[in-house]
Design a protein around this ligand. Sequence first.
Ligand code: UDP
Length: 152
Amino acid sequence: TVIYHSEVNMSTERTFSILKPNAVAKNVIGSIYSRFENAGFTIVAAKMLHLSRELAAGFYAEHDGKPFFDGLLDFMTSGPVVVQVLESENAVQRYRDLMGATNPANALAGTLRADYADSMTANAVHGSDSAASAAREIAYFFSDDEICPRVG
Ligand code: UDP
């Protein structure tokens, strides 16, 4: 019997992640990538870039008008970021759990934000909050040919 790839990976999901400027500035890209891999995620796309204000504003459009919006854009454009697509079973929820709460004061011990966040705004990492957000956010930063499905 031939078992097709799609049948053995029916619950595989992708989520979108950003290492925010404070994480890159701290020189912990590799440490956080190890955390992704140790938690069972496969990195299937990745790149470093310095966000323009326009790109950051489009990404965070749902927060436009909120009191923290301008400060968030100041922070997100303050230095380079690393963006990646993570794949695993139930990736959206599993990555939210790995990140911890938005406010690092509430982030559980052992989460990325507990370990690397400096403030509510400079909270080290971003992760999609739903499968629909993940699809939008992945497409916002990556073309289809920049995503490299795992081989083997
Ligand atoms: N943020 C902030 N102040 C707030 C709420 C959010 O600076 O009061 C920033 C923070 O960097 C957060 C991002 O805006 O990660 C997006 O907020 P969201 O509520 O979507 O949190 P997340 O999904 O990133 O945990």
